[in-house]
Design a protein around this ligand. Structure first.
Ligand code: HEM
Length: 417
């Protein structure tokens, strides 16, 4: 699963059907759902019969218990209602120019000499967008430092420790947990320092940090544990996912010369609709998040199987998006199939999950992808390659290109000096 998630999931589905069980070391038994109609039922299930916050805690223990991702029931609904306006409508529209500005600044730093993996650079860019533009943590150097601390807290060593600690001896468990806590504390200290440095704290209620501090009635810029956990969670889930989707976009564009050429022509003509199709198809073809989880709080029948309360159910967007009844030739990359309409069908296109738990940052991520890809193609030419496509591997619960989306970029106009 770690080295070949696409191959493993599709092989298991072929052998065992669209609904099968796996036993994971630290998590226990999970039921994987690739059947489109069962997936729709699970994702949109009544919050009274399934819980997401507790399930997320079982697979992502790095997220603190007070953040929106770990809440269920009324507490979850309340937090969503509070955060929603910051990620939609005017709250998002207001940020588009700021996202473009940060993008142009970050793209200026990219070297353009020979093949290079773009995922780490896209990760820096997305981190700058979420921390500076969305959360309101604006000191560029300190944001870089914060990103290094977040990387250490979520790197392979930290993740392996977190997933495997229930298997270790008492001493090993204590040491692992202590290390996780140290990483979290270092990240939280850096966030507090950044909050203290913001220009005019309280002047702009549109960024998340100001908004949360305001709601909590803080006069001082020092947040309590609950606010820190929310900010930390939004930083963690709000950059690696988008960076990964952008990395897969590059991985495909350099191997699909006809798509790359048509995209260049349509952007030059001021038409964004083909870019929208490319982005939606990337999210269908390689949905970054491998699992959308729910923990059943009541028994349900799913695709002819009775599942007990307590079962951890994992919807795999990758399997739904490759279902032959929904998408013909699912391995082919065809942006045309998802052009038009305000959003693709929420029952058959589920990179952002759905129901009351649909990704809070979906519109932000789509806007960011549109802006970054437009700016990137305006600043650089991408060289097509006939090198084999990159395999996917798992980083945490995100499907990343195994060679980091390696591509050759040339800065436009560089030859003219
Ligand atoms: C391409 C990028 C992204 C993808 C593929 C993605 C995917 C997802 C998925 C699959 C879920 C679970 C939904 C469910 O359980 O039904 C989720 C939840 C969430 N995402 Fe994203 N995400 C992306 C970007 C972002 C960004 C930029 C943010 C900004 C902060 C964000 C914030 C969240 C939050 C807060 C939740 C929890 C929502 C809740 O529990 O109510 N995501 N995301």
């Amino acid at each position: 699963m770690w080295v070949d998630p696409v191959g493993s999931l599709t092989t298991w589905a072929r052998h065992h059907g669209d609904l099968f069980a796996l036993r994971l070391p630290a998590v226990g038994r999970i039921v994987v759902v690739g059947d489109p109609s069962a997936a729709h039922d699970v994702i949109r299930s009544d919050p009274a019969s399934s819980a997401t916050g507790s399930a997320t805690g079982r697979v992502l223990p790095l997220l603190g218990p007070s953040c929106v991702l770990r809440q269920d029931g009324d507490a979850h609904g309340e937090r969503r209602r509070m955060l929603n306006p910051l990620f939609h409508g005017d709250g998002l529209a207001r940020r588009r120019e700021a996202i473009a500005k940060v993008t142009r600044r970050e793209l200026m730093k990219w070297p353009a000499d020979g093949p290079m993996p773009l995922l780490p650079r896209l990760s820096d860019l997305s981190f700058a967008v979420i921390s500076e533009v969305v959360l309101g943590l604006t000191d560029e150097d300190q944001v870089d430092r914060l990103h290094r601390l977040v990387r250490r807290a979520t790197g392979p060593a930290a993740l392996a420790g977190t997933w495997l600690w229930p298997l270790g001896s008492g001493q090993l468990r204590d040491r692992t947990l202590q290390r996780v806590r140290q990483h979290q504390q270092a990240v939280d200290r850096a966030i507090v320092e950044l909050l203290a440095k913001r220009a005019h704290p309280g002047a702009d209620r549109h960024d998340v940090a100001d908004f949360l501090l305001d709601v909590a009635g803080h006069d001082s810029p020092t947040p309590d544990r609950e606010l820190l956990e929310e900010l930390r969670a939004l930083l963690l889930v709000g950059h690696e996912t988008t960076a990964t989707a952008l990395a897969w976009s590059i991985e495909r564009l350099v191997r699909e010369p006809a798509v790359l050429a048509r995209l260049g022509e349509s952007l030059a003509a001021g038409d964004q609709s083909y870019l929208e199709g490319v982005i939606r198809e990337v999210l269908r073809w390689r949905p970054p998040v491998v699992d959308t989880v729910r923990e059943l709080t009541a028994p349900i029948e799913l695709a002819g199987h009775l599942l007990e309360a307590g079962t951890l159910v994992v919807v795999a967007p990758l399997l739904v998006h490759r279902h032959p009844e929904l998408y013909s030739s699912p391995d082919a990359f065809v942006p045309e199939r998802l052009i038009g309409g305000s959003v693709p069908n929420p029952a058959t296109w589920i990179p952002f999950g759905g129901g009351t738990r649909r990704c809070l940052g979906a519109e932000l991520a789509l806007a960011e992808m549109e802006i970054v890809l437009s700016e990137l193609l305006a600043a650089f030419t991408l060289e097509p390659t006939d090198a084999r496509g990159e395999r996917a591997r798992l980083s945490g619960t995100v499907l990343v290109p195994a060679r980091g989306a390696t591509a050759v970029l040339s800065r436009r106009g560089a030859a003219l000096g």
